[in-house]
Design a protein around this ligand. Structure first.
Ligand SMILES: Nc1ncnc2c1ncn2[C@@H]1O[C@H](COP(=O)(O)OP(=O)(O)O)[C@@H](O)[C@H]1O
Ligand SMILES: [Mg+2]
Length: 510
């Protein structure tokens, strides 16, 4: 029995399947991997994709759309690209990269996507924030005005950093750059400054050591480590500092204070260069893409002291740059140099001659200077930079004929040498303000002049112990921001004099 053909039904069925067909291969919402290599996927389709949108590849691999071209999309992969094959389907997510934020992140080690990597279990936070965020505008900011002390005499005394400031730490490898950042973190204990240490392209073992150090000094409880080791794909290294900034902004925008260390931005720029070359973006100077300046400027602009209307919180940034053969004039160092509020220049010559921290005081600057120092510190340290500069000048001069120096010059040299000795400091021993004030006061006012240089470190330690024991009320006072009054200065001098009477020079020195 022949069935009757009903044209309207057939056309309806055809129409339906056509409609379904259209949604199945929606070139606007999904696409196909055309080409794969070097952690980059070229995707056909995805015509509605947004710049920086997160993409979903098979096998739980995430990617990010970076190059939006006419007939394809260039995406970087954040995971193991061995699971991805040509012809695979790629889906839009409609989201951009976000990281969980919150107090729950403290004490933990995460990767730049916020995934836990310390084996201490899941982190449950209620909030996530985009990794790339716009820096606050000028209306939302106010000038930096409170100190962010590192606990290092040489830094706080000559190149003070303020809350909301960006201070570059620059120098060759293995001369104590990371040490400055770690000491600064340890010094924030009990100061309500939350810290984020971002490790970019370092060895896993180095990060494990830093984790141990922070934990040993009870500094982990207020710190988050964002780790992108050297073995991660370049895109992971690339987003690491932005993720760190977002974690810090959470504190900044809730009226609190945060400190973030980017260790280091040289490797960050390398990762970005690798990505950009693989994406076939045009290469410029030193093969970096043209927007490498923006790479770091948009990151460092996120450090800020917020206006009182916006809660008055702050985010301080200490970017680290590693140079080669002390050359600070190459592309990346000069870029970062120009977007920070000062730089600490670390020198191998100083480091290997035992001057540690190996900061060159003459070349290092903090453009906020007085605004970043408490009145108490300003009062005591005021002309310290100038003192040291004069000392170095005289020292260079004296090498031509030390025997012909007059008494005043000899005294200046002697005092300078002791001051330099006092500014040396071991790692992991950041000092509270009162101890710094005591040491710098003694050095500047010649209280160590009669002491042998070798005895200076012991003199300093015993001086601190003496004050702790005999003048506890003075130590409390010297920890405050307010300048010491004339009477207090007199009392301080008297106390130091009495300590000197009790100090016994070592036998070798006597
Ligand atoms: N103030 C210091 N006193 C003594 N040793 C230090 C000091 N600062 C750093 N070091 C040591 O110097 C080495 C290099 O320091 P690190 O901070 O890792 O250098 P960088 O980050 O510049 O490569 C480390 O072994 C570190 O322990
Ligand atoms: Mg380092």
């Amino acid at each position: 029995m022949a069935q009757q053909v009903r044209p309207d039904e057939i056309s309806r069925i055809l129409q339906q399947s056509l409609e379904r067909f259209a949604t199945e291969v929606d070139v606007f919402e999904s696409g196909t991997v055309l080409q794969l290599g070097d952690g980059i996927a070229r995707v056909h389709g995805l015509q509605n994709v947004m710049a920086s949108e997160l993409l979903e590849f098979p096998g739980d691999v995430m990617g990010m759309a970076l190059n939006l071209e006419e007939d394809n999309v260039g995406a970087v992969l954040f995971g193991d690209s061995t699971h991805v094959r040509e012809g695979d389907t790629v889906k839009r997510t409609g989201r951009i990269i976000e990281i969980p934020v919150g107090d729950e992140m403290l004490g933990r080690v995460v990767d730049p996507l916020g995934r836990v990597i310390d084996g201490k279990g899941d982190i449950t936070t209620t909030e996530t924030l985009p990794v790339e965020r716009k820096a606050p505008g000028i209306i939302d900011r106010q000038p930096v005005r409170e100190p962010m002390m590192t606990g290092l005499k040489i830094v706080d005394g000559t190149t003070p950093i303020g809350r909301g400031q960006r201070e570059l730490v620059i120098g060759d490898r293995q001369i104590g750059k990371t040490a400055i950042g770690i000491d600064a973190i340890i010094n924030q204990k009990g100061k309500d400054v939350f810290c984020i240490y971002v490790a970019i392209g370092q060895k896993g073992s180095t990060i494990a050591k830093i984790l141990q150090v922070l934990s040993d000094h009870d500094a982990l409880e207020y710190t988050t480590i964002v780790s992108a080791t050297a073995s991660e794909p370049a895109p992971i290294l690339w987003i690491a500092p932005y993720a760190g900034a977002t974690l810090g902004e959470y504190f900044r925008d809730s009226g609190r204070n945060a400190l973030v260390i980017y260790d280091d931005l040289t490797k960050h720029a390398w990762a970005y260069r690798e990505m950009a070359l693989n994406l076939r973006r045009p290469a410029g100077r030193e093969a970096y893409p043209g927007d490498v300046f923006y790479l770091h400027s948009r990151l460092l602009e996120r450090a800020a002291k917020m206006s009182d209307d916006r809660g008055g919180g702050s985010l301080t940034a200490l970017p680290i740059i590693e140079t080669q053969e002390e050359d600070v004039t190459t592309y990346i160092p000069t870029n970062v140099w120009s977007i920070t509020d000062g730089q600490m220049i670390m020198e191998p010559g100083l480091f290997y001659s035992g001057v540690r921290p190996a900061m060159n005081v003459g070349l290092s600057v903090s453009r906020l200077m007085g605004n970043a120092q408490s009145d108490a510190m300003k009062h005591i340290c005021g002309p310290l930079r100038a003192d040291l500069a004069r000392y170095r000048e005289t020292l260079a001069f004296a090498q031509f004929g030390a025997d012909q120096l007059d008494a005043a010059t000899r005294q200046q040299l002697e005092r300078g040498e002791r001051m330099a000795e006092l500014l040396k400091q071991d790692q992991y021993e950041p000092l509270p303000q009162w101890k710094q004030i005591l040491s710098i006061f003694c050095g500047r006012h010649g209280h160590c002049d009669g002491i042998e240089v070798d005895d200076v470190p012991r003199f300093e330690t015993e001086l601190h112990e003496f004050f702790q024991r005999e003048h506890a009320e003075m130590t409390v006072r010297m920890d405050e921001y307010e300048q010491l009054s004339d009477e207090e200065m007199e009392a301080l001098t008297a106390a130091v004099e009495s300590f000197k009477l009790s100090f016994t020079p070592s036998e070798a020195a006597a």
